[in-house]
Design a protein around this ligand. Structure first.
Ligand code: NOJ
Length: 453
């Protein structure tokens, strides 16, 4: 049986992308609120997450949709500034109340809540104090995590500390194409990375210490994933080496930059030489924190990379001429789920959960009132089959979480890319289950058997 009986089929979303209610009930501003409101905002069409999917007000309706889809888990993130409007200081009871009610509603409907503590919406006031560059953020993040864990861990068992440091540091602070849209030097990125790693490890310890039940913890990284050109051992080795390469221009976007410290207690080979005088190692006590044991490997994964030199350009991945692409022009490369699951498990030695996978399509409501999205169904069938095959090869797999539950605010790309299994009409907030939602329901009901139909 490649997938265990208790395999977790879920869907995901994130606070800023779906909630809206950006300044309601005492919520403070995050950097995404600031930069989307900026008159020179680089976000597509000057769109903002002010209303987004209005999930803050419609969460009951949304949980009913999750139930209709038959999902077993919902991965969502907490907005730091809903809980602590200034990032530090006094707690906003309304913020706690919202997430607590959401968790209750999920549990009432038999859906496992999975919490991501940080999905990029850094409190503006913490950014003003230096953000990830200020080592005090480790303690601030610890305090925030403790508050959330004390409030929710009687009902929440699954936790993700941070989502895609590759992106919030790499695209946010290195390439400057996501909030805070700034470019820092390599020396600064090195210091930020250490603070992120320590904040992550400290949060893991905090969850273990304060959780009211045995917690399952990971983080949700992404990174370049390579597929071997053929089945020869040399080609497999080459793909593996590139998947974990320390590329001097794209190191901050890589797998090994973040996961080697966390799982292997080391910086990737080449890092020390590259940073020169900017390099400073962790102390043994700090390494103990960074390497706090995780229960599984979370993987956000969408497309294979074909050319490592494209990594730092943030434009394409070296696609072949005329290769099939999604609406966001990401390559359709299903085998990446097989190879990455295998490579990550072999290197980091823990079971694997896909924490995000999916595609943007040009969806619309058809004349019959339905949303027909055969491209997404075909995409998912191909990708999940490959993941299933990894299970057949003995890789321990514990879950597949689809991105996304519903269409939402795709960061700097705004609302055009539609990743959801549920279609959102942003003018009316009407939700419509796409064909893929019904297709996914059957996959879940048959624990993956229907993928082979
Ligand atoms: C990565 C991020 O975690 C999520 O926020 C984003 O919307 C999807 N992938 C799609 O780009």
């Amino acid at each position: 049986m490649p997938l265990p009986k208790d395999f977790i089929w879920g869907v995901a979303g994130a606070s800023y992308q779906v909630e809206g209610a950006w300044n309601e009930d005492g919520k403070g501003p995050s950097i995404w609120d600031t930069y989307t409101h900026w008159r020179n905002s680089p976000v597509h069409n000057h769109e903002t997450g002010d209303v987004a999917c209005d999930h803050y007000h419609r969460y009951k309706e949304d949980v009913a949709l999750l139930k209709e889809m038959g999902v077993k888990a919902y991965r969502f993130s907490i907005s730091w500034t809903r809980i602590l409007p200034d990032g530090i200081g006094s707690v906003n009871p309304k913020g706690i109340e919202f997430y607590s009610s959401l968790v209750d509603e999920l549990i009432k409907n038999g859906i496992e809540p999975m919490v991501t503590i940080y999905h990029w919406d850094l409190p503006q006031s913490i950014f003003d104090r230096g953000g990830w560059l200020n080592p005090e953020i480790i303690g601030w993040f610890e305090n925030y995590t403790k508050i959330v864990v004390e409030a929710l861990s009687d009902r929440v068992k699954y936790w993700f500390t941070i989502n895609e440091p590759q992106i919030f540091i790499g695209l946010g602070c290195y390439l400057g194409v996501m909030a805070p849209f700034k470019k820092y030097t390599d020396g600064e990125i090195f210091r930020m990375s250490k603070n992120v790693l320590l904040a992550h490890g400290t949060a893991v310890r905090t969850i273990r210490k304060y959780s009211k039940q045995e917690a399952k913890i990971s983080y949700a990284p992404t990174g370049p994933s390579f597929i071997p050109d053929n089945d020869s051992p040399e080609a497999i080795e080459e793909a593996r080496a590139k998947t974990f390469a320390f590329d001097k221009d794209g190191y901050v976007l890589s797998n090994s930059w973040w996961s080697d410290p966390i799982f292997l207690r080391k910086f990737p080979d080449g890092a020390k030489e590259f940073f020169g005088p900017d390099f400073s190692d962790f102390t043994e006590e700090e390494w103990d924190i960074v390497q706090s044991p995780l229960d599984f490997y979370g993987m956000n994964i969408y497309a294979a990379m074909r050319d490592l030199s494209k990594l730092s350009a943030a434009e394409g991945n070296g696609e072949l001429t005329g290769e099939p692409l999604t609406a966001l022009k990401w390559t359709i490369t299903p085998e990446v789920l097989y190879w990455s699951a295998k490579f990550m498990h072999e290197r980091y030695k823990v079971p694997v959960m896909i924490t995000e996978n999916g595609c943007a399509c040009t969806d619309s409501v058809h004349l019959d009132g339905k949303v027909h999205d055969p491209q997404r169904i075909d995409f998912l069938k191909r990708y999940i089959r490959e993941f299933y095959k990894a299970g057949e090869d003995g890789i321990p797999l514990i879950g597949y979480i689809h991105w996304s539950f519903m269409d939402n605010f795709e960061w700097a790309e705004g609302y055009d890319p539609r990743f959801g299994l549920v279609y959102i009409n942003y003018q009316t907030q009407k939700r419509t289950l796409k064909d893929s939602a019904y297709w996914y329901k059957e996959v879940i009901e048959t624990n993956g058997e229907s993928l082979w139909k």
